[in-house]
Write a protein that binds this ligand. Structure first.
Ligand code: NAD
Length: 297
């Protein structure tokens, strides 16, 4: 199967990034949103990101002003699902809500051509459950991108027990055409990255609760001792404590293993509305964003 036209659902943080990399790879790309104002916001983000690429030298992934215009010309925004009818692949990146995603898929299933692939970018919802909203189980799968999409190289390519081999292979090759490095995995909650990362992050919180070290010292230890680009608390604040807490609930519900259970401190930070960078407070205080100070917790 030859993918030429890409449809993206949602033009938020992830959808705008996915649309950008698809258009940059030469695909005609249409993004669906609920309201024009969300498209405007997403396209603003795309223009800013492409502007940064245009400032870089070509050997560092830079693009020319002309290439920037060509990428933007391949991108279209719409609020009408019918505009996605002739897409070859639909990548869904709407909010992480199972009912809204299923309703979206059920509606599009009868609009989008029968042999199109449906791929979800969900971080935690079962791909198999989303698949049940459609009549195309063999053409349904996951494509899990990482934030920020234009910079992060990884895509987890996720199959369910019903995904057809040729569909899986087409999506795998498509991820490569986007300039990404795909890895193969199956529909088990957390896939590869979160399955390994989440228990590590939660253990860092538990270590802090037990007095093993301060927030700063634990971060420095993992950075300098393991060569990680950032420590666990900096990463938690970056991902969002609310998002992490939600993922721990889904993973604990699935596996019933204590390593996926939220430590009390994480839950309390979320209840207090301290979600990390985006709210200005989490494990660190971001009053001065260039010089975060660890909070006394
Ligand atoms: N944020 C991350 O770091 C990250 C990483 C990997 C995967 N994901 C997954 O990507 C998906 C999107 O996350 P996000 O962070 O971009 O969220 P976001 O809130 O930034 O964007 C979601 C967008 O979807 C739009 N939307 C909602 N309902 C819609 C509908 N019915 N039709 C069209 N658009 C609709 C919203 O208006 C919003 O602009 C989620 O499933 C999330 O789990 C997020």
């Amino acid at each position: 199967m030859n993918i030429q036209k890409v449809g993206v659902l949602g033009c938020g943080l992830m959808g705008s990034g996915i649309a950008q990399v698809a258009a940059a790879a030469g695909f005609d790309t249409t993004v669906l949103e609920v309201e024009q104002k969300f498209l405007d916001k997403g396209f603003d983000t795309i223009r800013k990101s492409l502007g940064k690429f245009a400032e870089r030298p070509p050997e560092k992934g830079g693009i020319t002003a002309q290439q920037k215009d060509q990428i933007l010309a391949r991108l279209k925004g719409t609020t009408k699902p019918a505009d996605l009818a002739d897409c070859d692949i639909i990548i869904e990146a709407i909010i992480e809500n199972v009912e809204q995603k299923k309703a979206m898929y059920a509606g599009l299933d009868s609009i989008v051509k029968k042999d199109a692939i449906f791929a979800s970018n969900t971080s935690s919802i079962s791909i198999t459950e989303l698949m049940t909203a459609t009549k195309r189980p063999e053409r349904f799968m996951g494509l899990h991108f990482f934030n920020p999409v234009p910079l992060m190289k990884l895509v987890e390519v996720i199959r369910t027990i019903a995904t057809a081999n040729d569909v899986f292979q087409t999506a795998y090759e498509f991820a490569k055409k986007l300039g990404k490095v795909p890895v193969r995995t199956s529909d088990k909650t957390g896939f590869i990255v979160n399955r390994l990362l989440v228990p590590y992050l939660l253990d860092a919180v538990r270590a802090y609760e037990e007095g093993v070290g301060s927030i700063e010292d634990i971060d420095n230890a993992m950075k300098l001792g393991c060569g990680y680009p950032m420590g666990p608390f900096t990463l938690l604040d970056f991902v969002g404590l609310d998002t992490t807490y939600y993922i721990t609930q889904v993973m604990f519900e699935e596996f019933k293993e204590s390593r996926f259970a939220s430590p009390p401190l994480l839950k309390r930070l979320v209840m207090a509305g301290w979600y990390g960078r985006k709210t200005g407070k989490g494990f660190y205080d971001y009053s001065d964003p260039n010089n975060p100070k660890p909070n006394k917790l």
